[in-house]
Design a protein around this ligand. Structure first.
Ligand code: SAJ
Length: 462
């Protein structure tokens, strides 16, 4: 007699796995920034309904109108999936539905947390956005949900902060972790502006609170990301991420320290770095710069430093790297003083052209930009400055005030005592700048292709 077919597995996990496999799962992303919005588009591309939750109504409105505000997602990439509440002529299929109504998260079978993890003024981790998101999810927690945290944070956050908040609500409703709902940590690996490595084709590390949590999380991410990399615990996954960014911060600091030493020794650090990079093994290229910006590299390593204190470990290496990177704007000021001095001009009261406000090339993001750090430093020198950045039309800073990007016209350029290049944006006409200004301090070696002697002589490299 043929063996009886096993009864269908009607467990919560099996039902959720089936919904994930067939794209019937309703998904949600909390935080529609440079991580959350690209993720939402990847999820919609494989047919998931995606509820995008953000506290900013302006972001929600722009997304529902198919109007992207993130460099890495064009509006043309977003439009096919939006259109909620718009007239039928909007071509979108409405899979992505942005909202500020957090109660709608109750509909979601999968909720991904992509909120900021800044530092406090005392440079301690600020996980208040993670905690707030967990409290919101706890209010709508129900059987059949996977909750994953993607925000970069210190090892231990998922199991020490997130799970207790969810467990408190779950126990009041008779819900059990690993039976009724599942929790994992999976770090984002978005490199803003990187067209080669995207959310979809960058391996995704996943750490589940339990083996079943890992299985469900891998089934979810495996639907739309090229490869998932399972690790044994959420803390391992959290540590992987802070290690990745600390690796960058430390190596950038090394090459920045080299820049200061080469300056003293009369060596060209850019020539050293270029030549060292010809080594086909055992060396990864990093470039010196005016400092380290963005919302990751200057911040994430200090999440590790803070946690290490709990174990009486003083992460001197990480803190030294942070000090060196934070010193670079002052080093640029020193180079500027020398460059103006050679022209018989003081820095005090000089007129400066800042080339680039964004924290790195071909991006519009100027948060935590070294340009802001340098300009705040120069305030005591009473300099008069204007900036040109084709990606950043305007800045509003608490200390610097409001400024708009100036065109590189002769009447702007002729009035300048020195130009300082801080961001290596493509397409900035550096030759025109050099034809008008007396000196250009180039902190990114962006002028390396300019060979005309009359122009080359005006360039001072970091
Ligand atoms: N920088 C240097 N020299 C270098 C590289 C970078 O001075 O050789 C500066 C940049 O100009 C910038 C800052 O460091 O001001 C940070 O640049 P970044 O590209 O390292 O960092 P993000 O925040 O734009 O992107 C990073 C990701 N970058 C890469 O992997 C190349 C990665 O560290 C993370 O996946 C991501 O942030 C994140 O969100 O953690």
């Amino acid at each position: 007699m043929a063996p009886l077919a096993a009864p269908p597995d009607t467990s919560v996990k099996a039902t959720l796995l089936d919904k994930l496999a067939t794209s019937h799962a309703v998904t949600a992303v909390i935080g529609l920034g440079y991580v959350g919005l690209p993720l939402a588009v990847c999820m919609a591309r494989v047919g998931f309904r995606v509820l995008g939750y953000d506290v900013q109504q302006s972001r929600v409105d722009r997304i529902n109108a198919g109007n992207s505000y993130i460099d890495d997602v064009t509006s043309d990439e977003l439009k096919p999936f939006t259109g909620q509440g718009l007239p039928e002529q909007h071509s979108g299929n409405g899979l992505i539905d942005a909202t500020t109504d957090v109660s709608r998260l109750a509909d979601a079978d999968v909720i991904v947390i992509c909120v900021p993890t800044p530092l406090t003024v005392n440079r301690d981790p600020d996980i208040s956005y993670i905690q707030a998101s967990c409290e919101q999810i706890a209010n709508i927690l129900r059987p059949g949900q996977l909750i994953t945290l993607e925000s970069t944070t210190y090892p231990g956050t998922t199991e020490e902060i997130m799970v207790p908040i969810l467990e408190k609500a779950a126990s009041q409703r008779g819900l059990e972790l690993d039976k009724d709902y599942f929790v994992a940590f999976s770090p984002e690996r978005v490199d803003p502006g990187n067209a080669r490595y995207t959310t979809q084709n960058t391996n995704k590390v996943v750490g589940g609170v339990t083996p079943d949590c890992l299985e469900v999380a891998q089934a979810f991410y495996g639907r739309f990301i090229v490869q998932t990399i399972p690790v044994s615990t959420p803390a391992t996954a959290e540590m992987v991420k802070v290690f990745e960014n600390t690796f960058r911060a430390v190596n950038i600091a090394l090459v920045n320290e080299l820049a200061v030493l080469c300056d003293r020794m009369g060596l060209n650090v850019w020539e050293v770095v270029e030549a060292a990079a010809t080594k086909p093994f055992g060396l990864m290229r990093f470039d010196p710069g005016p400092g380290v910006g963005g919302h990751c590299i200057p911040i994430d390593p200090f999440y590790l430093t803070w946690k290490a204190r709990e174990y009486n470990i003083h992460t001197r290496f990480i803190e030294l790297a942070g000090e060196i990177n934070a010193f670079m704007p002052a080093f640029v000021r020193e180079k500027l003083i020398r460059a103006l001095g050679k022209l018989g001009k003081p820095l005090y009261g000089s007129r400066l052209l800042i080339l680039g406000m964004a924290y790195k090339g071909n991006l519009a993001d100027w948060r935590h930009s070294p340009a802001v750090d340098l300009l705040r430093l120069l305030q005591d020198d009473q300099v008069n400055w204007v900036y040109h950045d084709p990606f950043v039309p305007e800045i509003k800073d608490t200390q610097l005030g409001q400024h708009t990007s100036q065109a590189l016209t002769p009447d702007v350029l002729n009035d300048i005592d020195a130009a300082i290049l801080l961001t290596n944006h493509q397409g900035v006409d550096l030759e025109t700048v050099l034809r008008h200004v007396p000196v250009l301090v180039d902190t990114r070696n962006a002028t390396k292709t300019i060979t005309e002697p009359g122009l080359r002589d005006k360039i001072v490299l970091l």
